[in-house]
Structures are given as structure tokens and as C-alpha cells.
Design a binder for this molecule. Structure first.
Ligand SMILES: NC(=O)c1ccc[n+]([C@@H]2O[C@H](COP(=O)([O-])OP(=O)(O)OC[C@H]3O[C@@H](n4cnc5c(N)ncnc54)[C@H](O)[C@@H]3O)[C@@H](O)[C@H]2O)c1
Length: 367
């Protein structure tokens, strides 16, 4: 069976989604039926992109997604709009009987994220969230080591996102950096790394203490954040995220340290294994000298290569009636940590999870 796919929001990231659908792994499992964006030229770019692979395709353009849902009845809707619109559009799509793959962050408040999860459950539909970096090769390898218990007891982990988002980036799309539609660098750029950190630490976060700043970017929200996260196991996570690194993107690095294993994955966006040390490496046959590849290059953009595997996983999940790896419930864990970071900055206190917060409670905070 071919799943009828529709795209809502045809801006900067959406080409990676079409690339993923036309990749050899996925192309025979889908039919791209509609693209929706109030700006017609943007939707037409995505339609043309798809037609380079399927040249006789009949993909319809819509400016109104509700009309699109009614007329096209897609099986799966891919949502790439501003983050502040994810919840409303996702809920409408799920209630219209569609599965949803939504860009990260899934929402900007705990309440909205829970509504999305509950609506998917109520309609028995898949809700997937685009944390494609979980499919980066070194991340997959590290998670396998985690699942095999090779780290021993995990003591601490750290994620550093040291990137540069210049004025042009914010001017191109004025929603970026606003509390209504985006949040700051922790919510936008660092959400992937925060998801990976909490995934590798294994257990839920229970307490967050943080400081954030709007140092230099012309935005409402933070362009820097630092946080300490306590997990249920007692392990500690450290988060450092910046959009201010001079003169351009430096690294996104995830480090995990246990009593029997240490892993550091670096590169521009967690694509390069930098440290791989386990007490059982000789037995397993994967000593560091065999695992590290000094010739490995970063992918051409920080988006990496993970979208194709993520979409394949979403299609598998629909087919088998299983939850995708990046499902709504797991994606909410990263969102909860970020919202607790915001709350901690606002109150000057440590925040216990589960919490209940929204980016809108930060409105005018840095003014
Ligand atoms: N996974 C990743 O690595 C990654 C990377 C970049 C962006 N993102 C996320 O993707 C989302 C989009 O980011 P972007 O940079 O592509 O934004 P963008 O501004 O370039 O594109 C958003 C598009 O959505 C359209 N849109 C707005 N409202 C709409 C509606 N009601 N119906 C249909 N279309 C509508 C806009 O016209 C615009 O073309 C954000 O949530 C962002 O956080 C994810």
C-alpha cells in the first residue's frame, strides 16, 4: 500500500522532508498528493522537487490546510510550519483521521503537547516528531551500547550546542526567536541535543536549575542557556546552548559517562564519534581505534542525514501499528526540560518535573 502524504508548511526545512520521501528507502511506499502554504511559490518549489523523481505526479496546491484535508484525505500529514502552529494543525489533522509527522519542537507549552498526544491516542493515529538526529550513525551505535548495559551506571552526560544564528537568519522569518511562535535557541536549535541527552540518560528528568540570557541577538527569547538537569536515577545532565558563537557554527557535542563506558559524539551536529571507550571493548571487538574514523566528514548542513531513516521509521510504524521511535510521548520529555529551564530562569529557583509551563509565560521577560 502507498501512503498518501500531504505537506503543510513549505519553508526552509521542508526540502529535507521531500528529500526523505523520495529517497530510495521510502519512495515506493508513498504518494505525495498535496502541498499547502499560503505562499504559493514555496509550495510549488516542493512540488517541483518531488516531480524530479516522479515526473508525472499529480500533486495539488492548497493555501488552506483545512480545505486540503477535506479534499485530499491524506493518510499522513507532514507539518513544517512555525513551531507555534504545530499544536493547532496537528490536532486538526489527527481529528481528520490522518497520521502526523510534525517538526520539532512539537509545541511551545506542556498543555499543548499533552493535547497532541491525547488527540493521537483518541483517534488511534501515529504522532511522530522530527528528531532526526536519533538516526545519526554514532548516535545509533551509542544507544545500542546503552541498551546492552555497556555504560554500567550512567553518572553524567552533557550536551553542547555552539552555533551561530546571525541577524539574516532571524530577518528571513520574523517568527524566529519570538515567544509566541518559536522560543529561543534552547527551544529551536538545542531541542535535538536535549532530546538525545535525556534519551541516553535513560530515566526521566526530575529537577532543572538554569540560567538563560539574551546576549546579542535581535530576538525576544534567549540566545544562550545553561542548565543542570537531575534525572530520576540520580545522574546529572549538563546543557550548554548558544546561537552566538563567533564567527560561525562550531560544534554540537553529546557526551555520556558511565562507570564502564565513555562516549563523546561531536562534529557540527552530533555526527562524529570522538571518544569510544568501554570496559568490554576487547571482548566485543569494537576498541576505540576500530570505531573512530579520522577521515569522517560532517554532513553538508547541520540538519544531517537522519530525515530519511526517521520517515522510514514513521512509515513502518503506521504499517505495523506501532509507535515510532520519535513519538509524541518521548518528544515531550525534551520539551518539558526546556520549559523547566525557562521557568527556572524566570523564578530564579530549581524546578521540579513534571511541570506546567508555556513560552508565553516568558513574554516580555528580556525586555
Ligand atoms: N528538524 C530540524 O532539524 C529542523 C530544522 C529547521 C527547522 N525546523 C523546524 O521546522 C519548522 C519550520 O521551520 P522553517 O525554518 O522551515 O520555517 P519557515 O518560516 O522557513 O517555513 C514555514 C512555512 O510555513 C508556512 N505556513 C505558515 N502557516 C501556515 C499554514 N497555516 N498553512 C500552511 N503553511 C503555513 C509559511 O508560509 C512558511 O513557508 C519549525 O518548527 C522549526 O523549528 C526543524
Amino acid at each position: 500500500m502507498k501512503y498518501r502524504v500531504a505537506l503543510i508548511g513549505c519553508g526552509r526545512i521542508s526540502y529535507k522532508h521531500i528529500d526523505a520521501y523520495v529517497a530510495a528507502q521510502n519512495i515506493n511506499r508513498i504518494e505525495f498528493v498535496a502541498a499547502c502554504d499560503p505562499i504559493e511559490s514555496k509550495a510549488m518549489e516542493r512540488i517541483e522537487q518531488y516531480k524530479k523523481t516522479v515526473n508525472n505526479a499529480n500533486v495539488k496546491y492548497f493555501s488552506d490546510y483545512k480545505k486540503m484535508l477535506e479534499e485530499c484525505k491524506p493518510d499522513l500529514v507532514d507539518i513544517c510550519t512555525e513551531s507555534g502552529k504545530h499544536c493547532m494543525i496537528t490536532v486538526d489533522c489527527l481529528n481528520a483521521g490522518c497520521h502526523v509527522n510534525c517538526e520539532k519542537p512539537m509545541a511551545l507549552s506542556t498543555k499543548d503537547a499533552q493535547l497532541m498526544i491525547d488527540t493521537a491516542d483518541k483517534n488511534k493515529k501515529i504522532l511522530a516528531v522530527d528528531f532526526q538526529n536519533r538516526f545519526n550513525a554514532p548516535v545509533v551505535k551509542t544507544r545500542e551500547a546503552y541498551e546492552a548495559g555497556r555504560f554500567g551506571k550512567i553518572l553524567h552526560g552533557m550536551v553542547q550546542v555552539r552555533w551561530n544564528r546571525n541577524e539574516k537568519y532571524y530577518q528571513e522569518a520574523p517568527w524566529r526567536g519570538t515567544w509566541e511562535q518559536d522560543g529561543g535557541t534552547l527551544m529551536n536549535q538545542c531541542t535535538h541535543g536535549i532530546d538525545l541527552l535525556q534519551w541516553m540518560m535513560g530515566e526521566d528528568a526530575v529537577r532543572v536549575q538554569a540560567s538563560t540570557r539574551r546576549f546579542i541577538r535581535p530576538i525576544d527569547a534567549e540566545d544562550f542557556g545553561a542548565a543542570i538537569v537531575e534525572f530520576k536515577s540520580g545522574a546529572i545532565g549538563i546543557i550548554e546552548g548558544s546561537a552566538d558563537i563567533y564567527p560561525n557554527n562550531l560544534n554540537e557535542t553529546l557526551s555520556i559517562f558511565g562507570t564502564k563506558g565513555s562516549v563523546v559524539i561531536g562534529g557540527l551536529a552530533v555526527n562524529k564519534m570522538e571518544t569510544w571507550r568501554f570496559s568490554d571493548s576487547e571482548t566485543v571487538g569494537d576498541t576505540e581505534d576500530k570505531v573512530l574514523n579520522p577521515d569522517e566528514k560532517d554532513p553538508p548542513s547541520v540538519y544531517g542525514f537522519g530525515h530519511t531513516a526517521h520517515i522510514a521509521n514513521v512509515l513502518d510504524s503506521i504499517e505495523k501499528g506501532l509507535q515510532p521511535l520519535n513519538n509524541g510521548k518521548s518528544a515531550k520529555k525534551a520539551l518539558d526540560i526546556i520549559l523547566a529551564i525557562y521557568e527556572s530562569q524566570k523564578t530564579g529557583k530549581a524546578v521540579d518535573l513534571p511541570n506546567n509551563f508555556s513560552t508565553m509565560e516568558m513574554k516580555n521577560y528580556f525586555n
